[in-house]
Design a protein around this ligand. Structure first.
Ligand code: GLN
Length: 505
């Protein structure tokens, strides 16, 4: 009784309404119990995930057990982190020891990893209570979460629309208040675009900032794990936990921690922000364009200097990305052969038959398309014409960003040319789906960080996202700008019509 009063006095109200950091603070102050928080979210999932379908696996028993252990460590003063005891959920392409990790593919529909991905391990060490694994496009290939073997996920803003992808389960779960924050992965926009479609904030970290150990690879030179959250503060807190050098991933670089506390109290004042003129032409929805220009005005009012500039090679980013991503995917996915782990066809009676039938039955259409495309561009005779040329274009795109960052501290752009579209609306036209990645893929090709955040709605009331892109390891600068923007605006506070309610007894 007394506990409840204090929580109410602290303005807690509906537990599900608290951000991850607010919930973490209530847990530290003993106003809310760790198990109580986990149970509130598990109840919400049981009640409303049947309409959203953001989870592939809910880890109810394990979550409650972890909650009790974490509570003890908080009580003894062993766990004092801002996210200790706060529930979290993980995109299903990150290994979780003892729990199905399917990458939303039939070929891994029986894969239970014996270890945690490094990002997951770091969350657990900091006292996160993992509630479950989230839906996604199969092997993170897609932008709508419609290619999952486990069925589609719906957008909590409009159940007839896609939540974006490939981290669509991560975004839908956070927007529907079925978890305070989630981990996603971004190979060509898969954290940022679903955040834009679901009115959330997300960070695609610099390549090498977060360990990829235990992330089921799609395109290894592009993949990065990052946070999906309700605001930039939550995302910054999560990034602080998961970032850092890991001996198990030789491409992880930084050995200093991001100083997010300082970043969050920083500002965008005096910063030079560039808007690539070529991003605002044909193909961009006029309403999205309008919202980005309004965001530019907000940044100006906060003391930033915003201007348009010419970023070259914009049109080549999507083709170069799809050649490189598919090439790497064709190599990465060759390990799924029905022998070592994962699905094996019951029909096969010899070795070649095992490979052929297991892969035919195990992979979905989009994954097969990309394996074929990737094998083609890597084959002798075509390697120079496609793969090598794409690598050269990648170099030119990176050089263009390097040049831009000689003048600008960050780049402001749309995340996606449209807001969330109807389920089934684009899936039959892969080229149209690929073209929609125009604003996100060049960030991955260049290995640089970007933050996606809400900047308003279109006429249909659907969220619009903006993106701030920075030079490698400038996460703190981007977080400072995003925090400043979110102090000045309310867009990130808007709640999806299909968000769960409750949690306070
Ligand atoms: N939509 C892009 C693709 O299909 C990006 C996916 C991702 O970032 N995982 O490749």
């Amino acid at each position: 009784m007394e506990r409840e009063m204090t929580a109410q006095a602290a303005g807690a109200g509906d537990l599900l309404e608290l951000s991850a950091l607010q919930l973490g603070a209530c847990i530290q102050k003993k106003e809310i119990g760790v198990e109580e928080a986990a149970q509130a979210y598990l109840d919400a999932i049981a009640q409303s995930d049947s309409e959203i379908h953001s989870y592939i696996t809910v880890m109810e028993e394990e979550a409650l057990q972890t909650a009790r252990q974490v509570q003890k460590k908080i009580d003894s003063g062993e766990l004092t982190g801002p996210l200790s005891g706060v529930p979290a959920a993980i995109k299903d392409n990150m290994c979780t020891k003892g729990t199905l990790t399917s990458a939303a593919s039939n070929i891994l529909s029986n894969f239970v990893p014996p270890y945690d991905a490094e990002a997951v391990a770091r969350l657990k060490e900091s006292g996160a209570v993992i509630l479950g694994k989230l839906n996604m496009d199969e092997f993170a290939m897609g932008g709508s979460t419609e290619t999952s073997h486990y069925g589609i996920t719906k957008n909590p803003w409009d159940l007839s629309r896609v939540p974006g992808g490939s981290s669509g389960g991560s975004a839908a779960a956070v927007a529907a208040r079925l978890v305070p924050y989630a981990l996603g992965s971004d190979t060509g926009g898969s954290i940022r675009q679903p955040c834009a479609f679901c009115n959330l904030t997300g960070i695609k970290p610099t390549y090498g900032a977060v360990s990829r150990y235990g992330l089921l690879a799609y395109a290894s030179s592009l993949d990065q794990i990052g946070p999906v959250g309700r605001d930039i503060k939550d995302c910054a807190a999560v990034l602080s936990v998961i970032a850092g050098k890991d001996a198990k991933d030789s491409t992880s670089i930084i050995d200093r921690a991001f100083d997010m506390e300082a970043a969050l109290s920083g500002s965008v004042k005096g910063k030079k922000v560039g808007m690539p003129a070529g991003y605002f032409g044909d193909g961009l929805s006029p309403q999205v364009r309008q919202r980005i220009f309004e965001a530019a005005d907000v940044l100006r009012s906060l003391g930033a200097e915003v201007e348009e500039f010419d970023l070259p090679n914009v049109d080549y980013a999507v083709p170069a990305y799809y050649i490189i991503a598919c090439a790497e995917a064709s190599s990465n996915l060759s390990r799924y052969d029905g022998v070592k782990y994962g699905y094996r066809s019951a029909e096969a009676d010899d070795l070649l038959g095992i490979y052929y039938k297991s892969r035919s039955e195990g992979f979905g259409t989009e994954v097969k398309r990309r394996i074929m495309l990737g094998s083609f561009v890597l084959s002798s005779g075509y390697f120079d014409a496609y793969y090598k040329k794409a690598l050269q274009v990648r170099g030119m795109i990176k050089a263009a960003f390097d040049r831009a960052f000689e003048t600008y501290d960050m780049i402001l752009s749309p995340v996606s040319p449209t807001t969330a579209y109807e389920i089934g609306g684009q899936i039959s036209d892969p080229i149209a789906m690929y073209m929609a990645d125009i604003y996100t893929v060049s960030v991955n090709l260049s290995g640089i960080p970007a933050v996606a955040l809400p900047c308003g709605k279109d006429d249909a009331g659907l969220p619009v996202g903006m993106q701030l892109i920075g030079r490698a390891f400038s996460e703190e600068t981007l977080v400072a700008a995003a925090a400043d923007y979110q102090r000045a605006t309310e867009f990130h506070k808007a709640q999806a019509p299909h968000a769960a309610k409750g949690g306070r007894r």
